[in-house]
Design a protein around this ligand. Structure first.
Ligand code: 2P0
Length: 333
């Protein structure tokens, strides 16, 4: 009677240039390159225990049994680990976020990255960030980026490219930036990213325009980061965000992740720049919350001012953080 256990911790990440659309749904490959900041704190901790005699994989998220679609994605990840390692056992998975899921930060990126690292470790596979990144990418492309700390790029994938991994660009210490999250709604988003991307690709007349614009904006984000030019980075980030959302809004039916409060915050960020002289820039993902990029030294003032915007329920502040790591791995009997 033998099994193996490992626990891993991965941080959430926020895209500075956005991933939206797939070049290959079977391999889950992004059609455009993206660059993100891995954030601290915002941690998912996941324990995987391969158990002799277990009939099927089990998954608990924050103490509750996962929904069938979430479980299915985890099973597919485990099947890849079983195929690579030769380990045939089923697994018991427990996953916890140290941030409320209603905080509006995608937990799928940190969640699938922590699961990939823990599952590989529990199956006896070596700790290799590129391998963890590629494995996590199959489940959720943004999760590939959380394998590395600091500033990270996930290139676009050519159809059939099975081993696409994210790549580290700069350490967390490269630049003292902060992200302030303005939470504008409670609860889950209505359309999951995977479905939203598929709808955009199938029906939006602006999807091809998005594909044409995204690589240049990604280059601008990378150049702004390399030269620590916040204006250049921030402008490219806002444009990437708005181009992505414009393509989604033009889908049939139109896909609005922006809500009235999202626009209120977006305008407040412009006001911060124009009237307060604060270099702050907005981004939003597949939900109504706004994430504001600014200098670490100005983050307390940004947070205070965003807290006064109508429709903002609360704010939280994050800094560049570390890549995924395994915190515990042990043989159990
Ligand atoms: C991003 N998003 O780059 C973009 C911006 C949302 C908007 O990556 O289908 O959950 O599982 O690969 O990774 C969300 O997409 O999608 C996402 P799948 P994922 O952060």
């Amino acid at each position: 009677m033998k099994g193996a256990t490992a626990t891993a911790r991965a941080h959430a990440n926020i895209a500075l240039s956005k991933y939206w659309g797939k070049s290959d749904t079977t391999y889950n490959l992004p059609a455009v390159p993206s660059i993100s900041i891995t954030l601290a704190p915002l941690v998912t901790e996941t324990r995987v225990r391969f158990v002799d005699g277990l009939g099927e994989d089990r998954l608990e998220l924050d103490g509750q049994a996962a929904r069938p679609r979430e479980l299915q994605r985890a099973v597919e990840l485990l099947d890849r680990v079983r195929a690579e390692s030769g380990m045939a056992l089923r697994a018991d998975i427990q996953s916890r976020n140290d941030f409320p899921t209603a905080a509006g930060l995608a937990s799928s990126a940190s969640g699938f990255c922590a699961l990939a690292a823990a599952a590989r470790a529990a199956a006896g596979l070596p700790f290799e960030r590129p391998a963890i990144s590629a494995l996590a990418r199959w489940s959720s492309a943004s999760a590939a980026r959380s394998a590395f700390g600091g500033y990270v790029e996930l290139p676009a994938g050519a159809p059939g490219e099975a081993h696409l991994t994210a790549e580290p660009l700069f350490d967390p210490s490269h630049w003292e930036l902060a992200i302030v999250v303005a939470v504008t709604a409670e609860g889950r988003k209505s359309v999951a990213s995977t479905d939203g991307m598929g709808l955009t690709k199938r029906t939006s007349p602006y999807y091809n325009a998005w594909l044409a614009a995204a690589p240049g904006l990604n280059d601008e984000v990378r150049a702004g980061l390399a030269s620590r030019d916040l204006q250049r980075l921030g402008r490219a980030m806002e444009q990437s965000t708005l181009a992505m959302h414009a393509s989604a809004i033009a889908a049939d039916p139109g896909l609005f992740y922006f809500q009235p409060a999202t626009l209120e915050v977006w305008m407040a960020v412009r006001h911060l720049r124009d009237e307060h002289g604060i270099s702050a820039f907005a981004t939003a993902d597949a939900g109504p919350h706004v994430k504001v990029l600014c200098r670490r030294s100005e983050a307390p003032e940004v947070e205070r001012l965003l807290g006064e915007v109508p429709g903002v329920l609360r704010t939280l502040r994050a800094l560049p953080g570390a890549g995924v790591h395994v915190v515990e791995g042990e043989e159990v009997t």
